[in-house]
Design a protein around this ligand. Structure first.
Ligand code: SF4
Length: 288
């Protein structure tokens, strides 16, 4: 079977920066202990576990917001993940007099700045994103003028507005799915400003996958089940390339019978997947 590793794939600059930031805090004894991680440094169980084993307290409970998780923390250093947080979390950190280290990805930070700029001028934001994702949670908490739009079916039921509005989005959405959403919102609100904030790392990984899939019969997408950009890659492969797509967390999920009769396969990974995990998958497929 021909194995086609997609380039670029895997770690993006925001993830590398977040991991290095946490490494720096761990290595520096001047940061008060314990070190708390508010959420997952990236959406990858392997990476989170390795920090947990080195004494980092990783606060992550499904259904709980960053603000609720912060309620548990009274001492030490709080590290903010690449997904960023909103004003309410920063206010509580200050109120609790905690030391904080911000590992928010610069691309997420730029979206926050855009939202803050428009909302302080009274402009409503229509934010396309996934409801329970931490990046969306941070964006929504920036201002009550931010309104979440999750699916195209919601758009006809949105209120009439003739005031200025701005359409923007979560950074890791699918490049193919966001286009129709923006168009539907724009035809409902012709006065809207559009700020497509899909980050360059997400875009380049998705475009590279679509190009590589033209020469393949199947695709393997490696990443944590909770990673949104991994999910976007897998959906693109299934719905745009229309080839058999396997979404896996690691080499342990692979079985030889999955590839019976398949002559060529692409391999890509989400922006939070460690390179060694993808490399093990590529080696396994090549051996097959
Ligand atoms: S996927 Fe994009 S926004 Fe998210 S951490 Fe990476 S570079 Fe930043």
């Amino acid at each position: 079977m021909k194995v086609i590793p997609v380039v670029p794939r895997g770690y993006c600059h925001g993830v590398v920066r977040a991991i290095r930031t946490l490494e720096r805090v761990l290595a520096d004894p001047s940061f008060p202990r314990p070190i708390h991680l508010l959420g997952r440094i990236v959406h990858n169980e392997f990476v989170v576990d390795s920090f947990r084993q080195r004494g980092v307290l990783c606060w992550d409970e499904p259904g709980k917001t960053r603000l609720e998780l912060l309620e548990n923390i009274e001492t030490g250093t709080v590290v903010i993940t690449a997904h960023g947080v909103g004003n309410d979390v920063w206010d509580l950190i200050r109120q609790k007099k905690l030391i904080s280290v911000d590992a928010t990805c610069p691309d997420v930070y730029r979206t926050h700045e855009l939202i803050k700029d428009r909302t302080t001028r009274g402009i409503k934001i229509l934010y396309i994103g996934k409801k329970d994702h931490p990046e969306t949670e941070g964006a929504l908490s920036l201002s009550p003028l931010v309104c979440l739009v999750e699916r195209g079916e919601e758009i006809p039921f949105l209120p009439e507005m003739s005031d200025p509005v701005c359409i923007t989005n979560q950074t890791t959405l699918s490049i193919r799915e966001i286009g129709p959403m923006i168009e539907a919102l724009r035809s409902r609100y012709p006065q809207a400003e559009v700020a497509d904030e899909i980050c360059p790392a997400t875009r380049s990984r998705q475009e590279a996958l679509l190009a590589a899939n033209r020469h393949a019969e199947a695709c393997v997408v490696v990443g944590d089940p909770r990673s949104n950009n991994t999910a976007s890659l897998a959906r693109l492969s299934e719905t745009e390339s229309r080839i058999r797509t396997f979404r896996i967390a690691s080499v342990a999920d692979l079985r030889a019978e999955m590839f019976h009769g398949i002559g060529s396969v692409t391999v890509t990974s989400g922006a939070s997947t460690p390179p060694e995990i993808t490399q093990a998958v590529i080696a396994w497929l090549q051996a097959l």
